[in-house]
Write a protein that binds this ligand. Structure first.
Ligand SMILES: C[S@@+](CC[C@H](N)C(=O)[O-])C[C@H]1O[C@@H](n2cnc3c(N)ncnc32)[C@H](O)[C@@H]1O
Length: 212
């Protein structure tokens, strides 16, 4: 995956961000050894950024779409208070199982609930749920749908972060389904009067959206 910053600057940013808990170090090593796409993890810098956002916003209920092996879920849950809860949705049962094996061992893992299923279906079943912080990081072709649905589920004044919003810069000239879907979502957000927004050039682009 190519990021917005040159590789050596990305590496410098990672090295200068807070160290990972030993369980997360282990998870990263495991993910590199046992999965084909370890670069799907948000990494140390973005992981710490998400954790900080959860912490400083005082979020108690967090929703994540796209668990993979649990890296970002475990990072964000570290920013939650003792009685906080993070729900994460993963369609691939093998990834979900890998995530659960680390979550069960993390001292703060009890704050995390993993739902195995297609997020598009799971989200439709959320009738009374509302969240203080939402992180979207799953199938890119569903991004316009996830944005709309998650905005409904987000409490007023609260934040949503959407990963890969720059998609290696392909949003400038989108020519495949995923790039086109992300670019469409970015336009939706740009024109949406219901939110304040900032598109950050962190890693692969993070769209930070606050519901007003
Ligand atoms: C980029 S990875 C998530 C990385 C994770 N946030 C992290 O930092 O470790 C995207 C994940 O979304 C999952 N996914 C794809 N389509 C999905 C869907 N429709 N519902 C739920 N999860 C989905 C994939 O299986 C994959 O594990």
């Amino acid at each position: 995956m190519a990021f917005i910053c040159p590789e050596e600057i990305e590496a410098y940013a990672e090295e200068h961000s807070s160290e990972l808990h030993p369980i997360l170090e282990e998870l990263v090593e495991f993910t590199y050894k046992n999965t084909d796409l370890p670069q799907m993890m948000v990494g140390r810098a973005e992981g710490n950024f998400l954790k900080m956002l959860v912490e400083i916003s005082g979020a108690k209920r967090v929703l994540e779409i796209g668990t993979f092996t649990g890296f970002s879920a475990l990072m964000m849950a570290q920013g939650l208070p003792e009685d906080g809860k993070l729900t994460t949705i993963e369609v691939n049962p093998e990834y979900a199982q890998m995530a659960k094996s680390f979550i069960e061992r993390a001292p703060w893992g009890k704050k995390i609930e993993v739902i195995v299923g297609d997020a598009r279906k799971v989200l439709e079943e959320f009738k009374k749920e509302s969240f203080d912080f939402i992180f979207i990081d799953a199938d890119k072709s569903s991004y316009p749908y996830y944005y709309e649905k998650c905005l409904e589920l987000l409490k007023k004044g609260r934040l949503m972060a959407i990963d890969n919003a720059l998609w290696e810069g392909k949003v400038l000239e989108p020519d495949d389904n995923r790039s086109k879907a992300i670019a469409r979502m970015n336009e939706m957000i740009k024109e949406d009067p219901r939110v304040e927004k900032v598109l950050l050039t962190v890693r692969d682009g993070i769209f930070l959206v606050r519901k007003i």
